[in-house]
Write a protein of this length. Sequence first.
Length: 116
Amino acid sequence: VQLVESGGGLVQPGGSLRLSCAASGLTFRRYDMSWYRQAPGLERELVAGISNSGGSTNYADSVKGRFTVSRDNAKNTVTLQMNSLKPEDTAVYYCYARSAGGPIYWGQGTQVTVSS
C-alpha cells in the first residue's frame, strides 16, 4: 500500500495550495480518508476527513470555511484545497487511510510553509 502526497510548497499568507494524495495497493472506495498535519514541537492533528463514499466530511475548527476535502474514487485520489492560508497552517501534511476494522496507512507527508 502506498499513499503519496504532493502539492506542498511555500506560499504567502492569504494564498492557496492544493494537496493531493494518490493511493495504490488498496481498495480505495472502502477507506475513509483524512488529512493530518504536524507542526514542529506540536502533536499531529486532524485537519479534515472524508468518508469512503465522499458523502460525509469533517474539519478542524481552525480550517473550517478555508479548506475543502474531496475525493475521486475512480482515480484513487483525495484532495485538500487550502485557501486563505495563514502562517499557523505551516506544517507537514499527511494523508491517512482507515477502513472499518482494518489497517490504517499513512503517507510520507508534504511540507506546507506559509510565510511572506
